[in-house]
Design a protein around this ligand. Structure first.
Ligand code: NDP
Length: 459
């Protein structure tokens, strides 16, 4: 078990309470390691809050928060192009509705299990609170692997998934969006089936939709751009910027591509990115259009990049991307992609700042390594909150039946990311954790959610 900040010296009553609840989480949710990790990371920040406000303990707020309001698990039968029947497993966790209807993405990946969805859903509660939009926390997905499937197979899977899930979601109930393996195409298939079952055009029941049926301009770019806007604020506070910095960004999907694009636009030299099969290093700077072409249009491995840019190198091990020397590292692929060892290599290579574009990409030991080395560390729930923030704007646009321009959405996104940075910084300062943004984001999100829960009675 990891230790809380004060445990290192002497455990307080608040620390003992937090540890006891954490032990209960481990015992009551066996085998859900990623969920345990997400809970531990958040709990580690809360000791000073519980010391200052014993009321939270009296309300047993932590026990309430770690238990989802509802968890739905269901069978998803679907038929492939050869006529064979397959059974996937579907999940939706409706974790917390203190601030608004459940809101969170949908992940289709073979690694998905109940623990994955619960870790993502738990993080989503505080992330959504940080955006200051009226949205609660939820998450969903399936162990279905969209890779190598035809469009017809993906459509049939999405229709079967919604055939069950439709009864649990809606514009004022729970609003799914995309995540790994789920983009506007999959959202379109799910929305089409939902519309048929409901017999109504409830465009606000999903976000991340294509523009043609109620999507918002700028949602595709929002998570990656938002991550860079957040990092820009942080760097500015320390008298730095993206200008002439060497940047490494893992992943080659939605978040990664847009983070690379915005960082390059702000003058950074982006030299490496990765996918699940390896990473590329291009000393001339990653050509983002080629990455888009190879990954999104051709559906190839990143290794195809070198055919267009012969100076670039492809390496087979994706984790080895962190051996690339850089000033700023933006992990934008998946959970636990930065191990303690990778963090030590990055710090030995003098990385100045790390910004988590993906959800929980750094292990607890990696985060500690960065913090102890004085690296500027920006946590996922603040850095990648731009995606869900623009999803909330999409919901507002659908309700009002109005549409904003790309520039209007991007301006709002920049303001939201600035606010998240300021609120996280101030929360850290108020609770004696100055400069510790990971704690600040957890504290700010926790207080907002906990206060709303308490005002609604024992819920
Ligand atoms: P995508 O599916 O678009 O892209 C994921 C990318 O990561 C792919 O290029 C994939 O490679 C690569 N990848 C997967 N595993 C590894 C690995 N072990 N090492 C290196 N690369 C790997 O997903 P998103 O970009 O949407 O999501 C990325 C992360 O951001 C996730 O943690 C997600 O939860 C988070 N996030 C996403 C938001 C969004 O708006 N999309 C919002 C907030 C958070 P390959 O192509 O080979 O599979």
């Amino acid at each position: 078990m990891t230790t809380t900040h004060t445990e290192k010296n002497e455990q307080t009553e608040a620390g003992a309470y937090i540890d006891r609840v954490y032990q209960q989480v481990v015992e009551r949710n066996p085998g859900e390691d990623e969920f345990h990790q997400a809970v531990r990371e958040i709990f580690d920040a809360l000791e000073p809050v519980f010391e200052a406000h014993p009321m939270y303990r009296k309300e047993n707020i932590l026990e309430r928060m770690v238990e989802p309001e509802r968890m739905i698990t269901f069978r998803v039968p679907w038929v492939d192009d050869e006529g064979s029947v397959h059974i996937s497993r579907g999940f939706r966790v409706q974790f917390n509705s203190a601030l608004g209807p459940y809101k969170g993405g949908t992940r289709f990946h073979p690694s998905v299990n109940a623990g994955t969805i619960k870790f993502l859903g738990f993080e989503q509660i505080l992330k959504n609170a940080l955006t200051e939009q009226p949205i609660g926390g939820g998450k969903g997905g399936s162990d279905f692997d969209p890779k190598g499937k035809s469009d017809a197979e993906i459509m049939r899977f999405c229709q079967s998934f919604i055939n069950e899930l439709h009864r649990h979601i809606g514009p004022d109930t729970d609003i799914p969006a995309g995540d790994i393996g789920v983009g506007p195409k999959e959202i379109g298939y799910m929305f089409g089936e939902y519309k048929k079952l409901r017999g109504r055009f409830e465009s606000g029941a999903f976000t991340g939709k294509a523009i043609e049926h109620g999507g918002i301009l700028g949602r595709t770019e929002a998570t990656g751009y938002g991550a860079v806007y957040f990092m820009k604020e942080m760097l500015k506070d320390y008298g730095q910027s993206f200008e002439n910095q060497t940047v490494v960004v893992s992943g080659a999907g939605n978040v990664s591509i847009h983070a690379m694009e915005k960082a390059a636009e702000l003058g950074a030299h982006v030299v490496a990115c990765s996918d699940s099969r390896g990473f590329i290093y291009d000393k001339n700077g990653i050509n983002i259009e080629t990455v888009r072409d190879v990954k999104q249009r051709q559906g190839n491995s990143l290794s195809a990049y070198t055919a267009y840019h012969p100076d670039a190198e492809h390496h087979d091990n994706p984790s080895a991307i962190w051996q690339t020397a850089c000033d700023i590292a933006l992990p934008c692929a998946t959970q636990n992609e930065i191990s303690e060892e990778a963090a030590k290599t990055l710090t030995a290579n003098n990385v100045k700042a790390v910004g988590e574009g993906a959800n929980m990409p750094s292990t607890l030991q990696a985060i500690r390594t960065f913090q102890e080395a004085g690296v500027l560390f920006a946590p996922a729930k603040a850095v990648n909150a731009g995606g869900v923030a623009v999803s909330a704007l999409e919901m507002a646009q659908n309700s009002s039946r109005l549409a904003w321009t790309f520039q209007e959405v991007d301006d709002k996104l920049q303001d939201i990311m600035k606010t998240i940075y300021q609120n996280s910084t101030q929360a850290a300062q108020s609770y004696d954790r100055s400069g510790d943004l990971a704690s600040g984001a957890n504290i700010a999100g926790f207080i907002k959610t906990a206060d709303a829960m308490i005002k609604q009675g024992i819920v």
